[in-house]
Design a protein around this ligand. Structure first.
Ligand SMILES: [Zn+2]
Ligand SMILES: [Zn+2]
Length: 263
């Protein structure tokens, strides 16, 4: 495990490490795990999205879930937030968490989280836990500091129906910008969310096929000059897209376990 390993170690100040714990779509294309990215900055670690397979990712890559300070959610589809009941119950019953956990997500996600918990594990919202959970609902286009994690998150509403507003996320920490499209068809809000980002993580579900509510690589590539991101990594790829990653230009494709450093 090297010094820059994002899994558990403390990152050197001003270096932000990102590990793709899950880079898949909702349906396991390519055998990939659901969306879950670990960001490690200095003394704080947080997850971007917590898809249904998040605990499998966390165990597979040897991440200590008690080291995760916060979770930020793009939208409330199971491949992006369905891992929360498992994460919370693991914290309570297995990992024996004693530290607060912050979870930030779209407006209205608190009620959806309760419903999800009760659907998965009836009675689980009523038990007393040894750690507190602080829910932070993100009003659109308002920068919100996430507790002591040193990150500031701004959500932009995108076009992807999920019961509450789906968000693209712009995350600032240590002077670096990480932007994440979430799932969405092209919408100009992605320009603001990703503007001059040090790293843009973008859904590229199809290579060139246009479908509602999802983004394709060809459209994204046309729009890149408007966004001005310094680095682009594609995720959430369909079998079609996965079969064409060797055709990509000026960007990279995520894989489960991929680790990148923003210095
Ligand atoms: Zn998805
Ligand atoms: Zn979705």
């Amino acid at each position: 495990m090297g010094y820059y390993d994002a899994t558990n170690l403390v990152a050197e100040a001003c270096i932000v490490l990102i590990k793709f714990l899950g880079s898949g779509d909702a349906f396991g294309s390519g055998g990939r795990l659901n969306t879950c990215f670990l960001v490690n900055r200095g003394n704080a670690r947080f997850l971007i999205d917590c898809g249904a397979s998040a605990m499998i990712s966390i165990r597979r890559f040897g991440v200590d879930p008690n080291n995760i300070d916060a979770i930020v959610l793009s939208h409330l589809h199971a491949d992006h937030f369905g891992g929360l009941p498992f994460f919370i119950l693991d914290a309570q019953l297995v990992s024996r968490r004693a530290r607060p956990l912050m979870i930030a997500g779209p407006m209205g996600f608190g009620a959806r989280l309760d419903a999800l918990m009760e659907a998965h594990f009836p009675g689980s919202t009523k038990v007393e836990r040894k750690f507190s959970i602080e829910l932070i609902e993100l009003p659109p286009e308002v920068p919100i500091d996430i507790g002591m994690t040193g990150m500031c998150v701004t959500g932009y509403v995108v076009v992807h129906p999920s019961g509450t507003p789906s968000l693209s996320l712009r995350i600032e920490c240590d002077g670096k910008i990480i932007a994440y499209t979430g799932d969405t068809e092209w919408v100009d809000a992605l320009i603001e969310a990703g503007r001059n980002a040090d790293l843009l993580i973008a859904e590229a579900y199809w290579y060139e096929r246009k479908v509602r509510f999802h983004l394709d690589y060809t459209t994204l590539r046309q729009k890149l000059p408007l966004i001005g991101a310094k680095r682009l990594i594609l995720t959430h790829m369909s079998p079609d897209m996965l079969g064409r990653v060797n055709e990509l230009r000026d960007c990279e494709a995520a894989d489960d376990g991929l680790e990148v450093e923003i210095a």
